[in-house]
Design a protein around this ligand. Sequence first.
Ligand SMILES: *Cc1c(COP(=O)(O)O)cnc(C)c1O
Length: 383
Amino acid sequence: MDRLHGFDSLAVHAGQDFDPTTGAVIPPVHFSSTYAQDGIGGLRGGYEYGRSGNPTRTALQEQLAAIEGGAHALSFASGLAAEDALLRAVLRPGDEVLLGNDVYGGTYRLIARVLGPWGVTVRVVDMTDTAAVAAALEERPARILWVETPSNPLLKVSDIAELARLGHAAGSLVVVDNTFASPALQQPIRHGADVVVHSVTKYLGGHSDVVGGALVFRDDTVFDETAFLQYAVGAVSGPLDAWLTTRGIKTLAVRMQRHSENALAVASFLAADDRVSAVHYPGLATHPQHELASRQMSSFGGIVSLELEDAATARRFVESTRLFQLAESLGGVESLVNYPDAMTHASVRGTELAVPETLVRLSVGIESADDLVTDLAAALDVL
Ligand SMILES: *Cc1c(COP(=O)(O)O)cnc(C)c1O
């Protein structure tokens, strides 16, 4: 794939060579858990056992590394399994993670409640405020600077290049959770990040039919240690999950374009309605980091959040839409609505990361924009 440089070409072709024995254009799914050896240690293509390696997973890992502009990628059974492998490969008792104050609830739960008892600490800062991040790092070094941008669920946008500069100056590993933007819209490694994290369950898979996670590494930094944990602990993606993710990635660029167009239509509609008290979408000129988002991202993605008058109204709204299905998760072709306080972010209730009770999060799908707006208008009418 050395000749290909365009994102869309890499998404379709990287790691996807046709099958040399049959000519099958789509590489087969390899379900085998083990591999025949030509005498002891005589491995064909390095494959020995399904936890240590699988050709379908290799194909996905090559595709992931190519589309994020990284040197290596590792594929896991979930986004949190990927995060866990990275965190445990890098952190030792006494180490600290500096985390944004608006992140996926499960990331905070993993660091605070799973790694906490092993001596890891977490400090929370507003990542959109680079002066506050600089001050926090000066006060005390952090082994990892963990950036999620745009953030879940408030769509805050952080300056990856500036945070990478600050983090590296303080000796931190700079990690970016790129789940919301996907590499079709934002490539953190090109802005200086060391490791990119994905819940491939969301846009990379893209069809709400697979749970998976990935890590992409800029260079060899912490790669061997993390690959060792992937092998030694074993939270790998299964062959069919890896294959479904690969198929999803091939259409990522066109999906993200439509997700972004539809989300802008939805956000603009909501912003003009006075029953809606706030709309959070980086594509709106009124978003506090709209200018930064315009520089850092090629488009603004498919997630929009909004605030209504009070918690009861927000709860009624999410139970009133018809096309927007009430469900956790995001990033599929179908539109979903979620009430973060009691659903995706219930685990951060009462912490520094708690989300407003008036908040509703929309994952805007690729349906007809008119139908999406009509559905939201009808739900507002019955409040
Ligand atoms: C969903 C999500 C995760 C966790 O991924 P899973 O695949 O559910 O384990 C991590 N980060 C973000 C931003 C997410 O939305």
